[in-house]
Design a protein around this ligand. Structure first.
Ligand SMILES: Cc1cc2nc3c(=O)[nH]c(=O)nc-3n(C[C@H](O)[C@H](O)[C@H](O)COP(=O)(O)O)c2cc1C
Length: 224
């Protein structure tokens, strides 16, 4: 069990808005997953985050985007993680963002959520916070890295500090399935038939640990 600490927003970023308060020691693990593969990676990253003392993963998802404009999804999903709110973004001291590959890009559901973060961008709520990305795809060379980069771009606009996976993680060199220095990936197969490989698992946990450690170090340096 982690011992929760309270981190004041003024210690972690320069915003003066109470709305933008960072009030927890949590890292937001925010993902969209239609068939469950990206969700598996999210849970492994959360495991890595939770292994760092005093840091906890807050797991959230986003609803499917409907072609019917402004069609409303239920506030709380029938099962699985709750839907993310912008408050989650403001409160957490770091972010792991995951999406399945969609034609080499992030899914519209994740993009839709990010496109709604104008207030956080204007307030600078995410400036200086660490962020990390992850994805799953059907084919091994079907755009995993392009998808990861597509998610990194808006996070850079928000002023976030990108955390990848260093080659000191031996699984990065050894993997014959997913795993990139830009963030962990899963090669799911055309029918989602591939289990998470040992290397993918190691990399997801390592990514969660590095993100949590970085968030903690940044917070501590803001205390000095
Ligand atoms: C509209 C659409 C586009 C997709 N584009 C790609 C792609 O470019 N490359 C690829 O390898 N897989 C692609 N896929 C497959 C998904 O990325 C893959 O099944 C992924 O593992 C699903 O993740 P999930 O189980 O978290 O939903 C696409 C799937 C859909 C529905």
């Amino acid at each position: 069990m982690n011992n929760n600490i309270v981190i004041n927003s003024t210690n972690i970023n320069n915003t003066t808005s109470n709305e933008s308060s960072t009030t927890s020691n949590e890292i937001l693990v925010l993902y969209y997953s239609k068939d469950g593969s990206t969700k598996k990676l999210a849970n492994l990253i959360a495991r890595g985050i939770n292994s760092i003392p005093s840091i906890t993963a807050r797991i959230r998802t986003v609803p499917n985007v409907s072609a019917v404009c402004e069609q409303i999804a239920p506030t709380i999903p029938d099962e699985g993680a709750p839907y993310a709110t912008h408050k989650d973004l403001r409160e957490c001291i770091g972010l792991a963002l995951g999406s399945p590959v969609r034609f080499g890009n992030m899914s519209s559901s994740v993009k839709y959520f990010l496109d709604g973060t104008t207030d956080e961008w204007l307030a600078g709520s995410l400036v200086g916070k660490p962020a990390s990305v992850f994805t799953s795809s059907a084919s091994l060379h079907g755009g995993q890295e392009a998808c990861l980069l597509s998610m990194i771009i808006p996070l850079l606009h928000h002023g976030m500090v990108i955390v990848g996976i260093p080659y000191t993680e031996s699984a990065l060199m050894n993997t014959t399935s997913g795993g990139t220095p830009y963030g962990v990936t899963h090669w799911a197969g055309i029918n989602n038939e591939n289990e998470i490989s040992d290397n993918e698992k190691q990399l997801a946990i390592a990514q969660g640990k590095l993100l949590a450690t970085t968030a903690l170090n940044l917070w501590r340096s803001n205390q000095q």
